[in-house]
Ligand binder design. Structure first.
Ligand SMILES: [Zn+2]
Ligand SMILES: [Zn+2]
Length: 252
């Protein structure tokens, strides 16, 4: 598996960090994990053709995580190299189908219904689903709206847990248990945390309990200093800690 950090930031635009978005490659399959404003425009900079995305996984419906859905579909439809033909799987949290219905009502005259390719929309809460080259597990975790964290287990052997936006909760510990790499919300430094997001030491504590090898801290607000975040996470986690930066790539 390969993981690219498209955007390591949050809802606040900064020069350094874009909105949340991550790309995971498993064999020939490309999975987009969340996609806030502008994430699709960063894919060419990472050398990735956006048309290779066949799965989009949304943790929750906050705009910093889902705002690029419509531009992405519009690009698939209008690409001068030819409209997309392959099936697209879009997986979201409970409420995603009604969000989709709202978009269909908004975008008249129904261009969303007339997309030239098949689309599978699916809502997941606590579940497990098998795809050709990976298994997807999901669990609702703690946020101020429904947020579903994902665990992706590749048939090649790697495993990744992505929290989306989450406060500290036992559900996230359980989903992460035994996973190789954790990609975790770490919105604020210690002392500035909220119930709905993790601090570095809380993310570290989850990684320690889960027995993971590597913890990647992301969803960083502008006041986050990477050196301080790393120290704070290392106070509770003995494995490797990395503070995400836009454009980083990992081989899992
Ligand atoms: Zn967010
Ligand atoms: Zn959120």
């Amino acid at each position: 598996m390969e993981l690219w950090i498209i955007g390591s930031g949050c809802s606040i635009p900064t020069k350094r960090r874009g909105a949340p978005g991550y790309l995971l490659r498993i064999g020939a399959e490309h999975l987009l994990l969340d996609g806030g404003s502008g994430t699709m425009y960063k894919l060419p900079q990472l050398g990735i053709d956006y048309r290779r995305i066949h799965y989009i996984l949304y943790t929750h419906l906050h705009p910093d995580h889902i705002a690029d859905l419509i531009p992405l579909l519009f690009a698939f439809k209008n690409d001068p190299r030819g409209a997309r033909q392959e099936e697209l799987h879009i997986i979201g949290p409970p409420g995603f189908e009604s969000y989709w219905q709202g978009l269909q009502n908004l975008y008249q005259p129904n261009w969303l219904e007339l997309l030239p390719f098949p689309m599978e929309l699916c809502e997941l809460a606590r579940s497990q689903r098998r795809f050709p080259s990976f298994t997807l597990k999901s669990s609702p975790v703690r946020h101020n709206v429904i947020n579903v964290a994902f665990r992706i287990e590749s048939d090649e052997g790697g495993s990744l847990v992505y929290s989306g936006d989450s406060g500290y909760c036992q559900e996230l510990v359980e989903l992460a248990r035994g996973a190789q790499v954790l990609l975790m919300d770490s919105s604020f430094p210690e002392g500035e945390g909220t119930d709905n997001h993790l601090t570095p030491s809380q993310a570290g504590s989850i990684a320690q309990q889960a027995g993971s090898q590597k913890l990647i801290l992301t969803h960083l607000y502008p006041q986050c200093d990477p050196h301080i975040l790393k120290k704070q996470a290392a106070s509770t986690f003995q494995g490797e800690v990395i503070v995400a930066e836009d454009g980083m790539k990992f081989v899992l």
